[in-house]
Design a protein around this ligand. Sequence first.
Ligand SMILES: Cc1ncc(COP(=O)(O)O)c(C=O)c1O
Length: 374
Amino acid sequence: MKPKIWLSSPHMSGNELPYIQEAFDSNWVAPLGPNVNGFELDLQSYLKEDCHVAALASGTSALHLSLILLGVEKGDEVICQSKTFSASANPIVYQGATPIFVDSERETWNMCPVQLEIAIKDRVSKGIKPKAIIAVHLYGMPYKVDEINQVALKYEIPVIEDSAESLGSEYNGRKCGTFGDFSILSFNGNKIITTSGGGALVSKTLKNKEKAVFLATQARDNAPHYLHSQIGYNYRMSNIVAGIGRGQMTVLDSHVAKRRSNHEFYVSVFKNNDNIVFLQEPEGCFSNRWLSCILLKSKSIREGLRLSLENENIESRPLWKPMHQQPVFKNAPRYLNGVSDELFEKGLCLPSSSNLTDAELDRVVTTINTYFNK
Ligand SMILES: Cc1ncc(COP(=O)(O)O)c(C=O)c1O
């Protein structure tokens, strides 16, 4: 069996170890300490805008806290991009609220502003105004930020920007993770940088960051004994995990460059293969190309190619199955135009890690060429 080629593997630089060693040496091994503060500051200066970052246990916990901070409760409705990973939508249900799924447009594969407005108007006509909009920069490609924000502003609905997959991406020169009323990041094992598991909530105000940290550390009121007037969560990042994050921040830009070069390599070698279509960067969008994705001509070609890669011990994955097709969300209202269904049928994510070698890239390309030359 040939060695496995992963879709998106962790990629340590070695710069992480001194931060972890320091945490051990100073006994800061709890969910607070210099690495947590340092990682938050590193992220704030990377994102550049005036923002306040809270380091948390995961991107999912960041989404959950953002919903709580926006006052989402039982019986509320929250609009969510249908073409996403389930973690974008699950926290809506944790709050006892209902996800309302909105389909994608073709230029970025993300939330369609036209469908968004249709959905809002229809929900309002049914008597419930959605409490928030969760828009996602899927695979690192920025969504249509201006258009989505315009609709959100028109109806005065806050936006939660799910940037789990898009750290390092930019829209009109500004970093993804700075556009929402709240934004979230993920440092899960498969992301562009990883802390093994972790995430962050990006807030516009220090007050909101402080509220998030309060909720993430069991909502302990100010008293010598344990005192609680609200339900809290154990969602803070540990100082050891944050040490990995500090080291990873030193290589974030080189990871973005390598993932973009993987993508450019695939585009160049398949430029004469009319079976394969790539997602282009629309004007003003800079994608971190977290995953390189292709569209094939049919579901059967996509599946045939996926199995051929699997036979060579190469991991690939169909584009995310939309949430409106997931059994767990079968009763959720949806506003569809057919785009995300088609993308799921025809789309495949190719190996995209920042530590892919030239020889591994060649193995992927040879396998794909062999499949099409059969
Ligand atoms: C789009 C999207 N949103 C949210 C998440 C959740 O992040 P985490 O795994 O850190 O909880 C992920 C990834 O896992 C994701 O891809």
